[in-house]
Ligand binder design. Structure first.
Ligand code: G3H
Ligand code: 13P
Ligand code: NA
Ligand code: ZN
Length: 328
């Protein structure tokens, strides 16, 4: 069944595990996640960004999720709005059967300018008020995602890789986090610790200078019952980079968030881990391989099946690493 996210995060906290939240915008991605979950008996968080909703259209997405719930009656599934940029976006997601929404008030509605704190508190509290009445969960975000390494990452503040802003100033402040959670009553808090969206996060395996796990430890010490969310948590495995490049892709060498760091975060209250890029890479690598090795093929199923299999493998690996196997 489709369930509110709070239910799964509370269970994850009680049993010391984390749950991967995978982004989707089509049928094969949803199938990949559900098959992975079924094999290891894992609860599921599926999420759609605003771009994903407009790409796939809400009605298709809604019915695909209903199909997943029908086909896998024993697996609890959360349908979550990723990075809602306004109360209106969150409202429309709820109308479309989402059971959880993110009100990302860390940025102004333009999605570029870092928002001021009072604005973030106001819009997030507004969404919590309307969502909780309907049994829908809410994720908020405090701080700005963006690589702490100059020249790396897709800065969430829209200044790109040039690092116009000093991102060390945009990490989540633990004292402010306590105030934010108290004022908004969010079910989950996304924190900024030096990760960024996309493949190009770090130029080498990250250390504490660029991946600040201390922020998580400090927030957990202050608020042991707050569920934290790690965004930008793809690990960007070397193997997936190599497959893409072997079959005609052009990816520069890059490093993501090591699974061990995520596992450390889970020990300190991280309950939701957002992963999109790794699945994108797995899908595209598998498709490239088929098209390059078998240029005679033109039935989409010939490459979509291996693509779906490749995403399923990544999903299963992450779910097992985060400890959600056997928890459905
Ligand atoms: O927020 C980042 C997710 O990877 C979704 O990306 O906005 O391109 O759909 P998107
Ligand atoms: P990645 O780009 O690291 O997969 O992060 C996805 C994410 O945070 C979606 O909100
Ligand atoms: Na943000
Ligand atoms: Zn994100």
């Amino acid at each position: 069944p489709l369930v509110p996210m709070r239910l799964l995060l509370d269970h994850a906290a009680e049993n010391n595990y984390g749950i991967a939240a995978f982004n989707v915008n089509n049928m094969e991605q949803i199938q990949a996640i559900m098959e992975a979950a079924k094999e290891i008996d894992a609860p599921v968080i599926v999420q759609a960004s605003r771009g994903a909703r407009s790409y796939s259209q809400d009605a298709y997405l809604r019915h695909l999720m209903l199909a997943a719930a029908e086909l896998y009656p024993n697996i609890p599934i959360v349908m979550h709005q990723d990075h809602g940029n306004s109360p209106a976006t969150c409202k429309s997601a709820i109308e479309q059967n989402f059971t959880s929404v993110m009100m990302d008030g860390s940025l102004a509605e333009d999605g570029k300018t870092p928002a001021d704190y009072d604005y973030n508190v106001r819009v997030t509290a507004e969404v919590v008020q309307l969502a909780h009445k309907l049994g829908i969960s809410v994720e908020g975000e405090l701080g700005c995602l963006g690589s702490l390494e100059s020249g790396m990452g897709e800065a969430e503040d829209g200044h790109g890789a040039e690092g116009v802003l000093d991102h060390s100033q945009l990490l989540t402040d633990p004292d402010q986090a306590a105030d934010f959670v108290a004022k908004t009553k969010v079910d989950a808090l996304a924190v900024a610790i030096g990760t960024s969206h996309g493949a190009y996060k770090f130029s080498k395996k990250p250390d504490g200078a660029v991946l600040n796990m201390d922020v998580i430890k400090k927030i957990h010490a202050k608020m042991p019952n707050t569920h934290m969310v790690m965004h930008g948590s793809s690990s960007v495995p070397q193997e997936l980079q190599d497959i893409l490049n072997k079959y005609g892709g052009k990816m520069k060498q890059t490093f993501g968030v090591p699974v061990e760091e995520i596992q450390l975060g889970i020990k300190f209250g991280v309950r939701k881990i957002n992963v999109d890029t790794d699945n994108r890479m797995a899908i595209t690598g598998a498709i490239r391989k088929v098209l390059m090795e078998s240029p005679d093929k033109f039935d989409p199923r010939d490459y979509l099946k291996p693509a779906r299999e490749a995403m399923k493998k990544v999903c299963k690996e992450r779910m097992l690493a985060f400890g959600q196997g056997g928890q459905a």
